[in-house]
Design a protein around this ligand. Structure first.
Ligand code: HEC
Length: 100
């Protein structure tokens, strides 16, 4: 193995180790790739779409669950939230809350 391959393997192993997720639920960073288009790189939106970075994980995951159930009305988030399990919402909420 080249040094570069070893480093890449270590990076992948490190990512896997830092993401305690169940097998069925996608990890936070993977889900966030589908959110960043609107919420900004790393959730740091400067536009009309609210920023997600650094907000409490509980607030973010509850917002997603409320969008999914319809308890909270949005323009687009109700449809988007339907695509994720509760576990995935928790994962992506953890991911964004960890970005300052
Ligand atoms: C098509 C653009 C778009 C995408 C993609 C998108 N969002 Fe949103 N999001 C919005 C808009 C717009 C709002 C404001 C509420 C509304 O109008 O639906 C919002 C609101 C939110 C809120 C509430 C934030 C707050 O502080 O009130 C959360 C949490 C959220 N989005 C999470 C996510 C996550 C997680 C993803 C990826 C799975 C995602 N969003 C993908 C556009 C988007």
């Amino acid at each position: 193995m080249t040094t570069r391959k070893v480093l890449a393997a270590m990076a992948i192993a490190g990512l896997a180790a830092s993401q305690p997720v169940s097998a069925a639920d996608a990890g936070g960073a993977i889900i966030a790739a589908q959110c960043n288009g609107c919420h900004g790189f790393e959730g740091a939106s400067k536009g009309v779409v609210p920023a997600l970075n650094g907000k409490p994980a509980l607030l973010l995951s509850q917002a997603m669950k409320d969008f999914k159930s319809g308890a909270r009305k949005g323009t687009i988030m109700n449809r988007i939230a339907k695509g994720y399990t509760d576990g995935e919402m928790d994962n992506v909420a953890q991911y964004y809350s960890g970005i300052k």
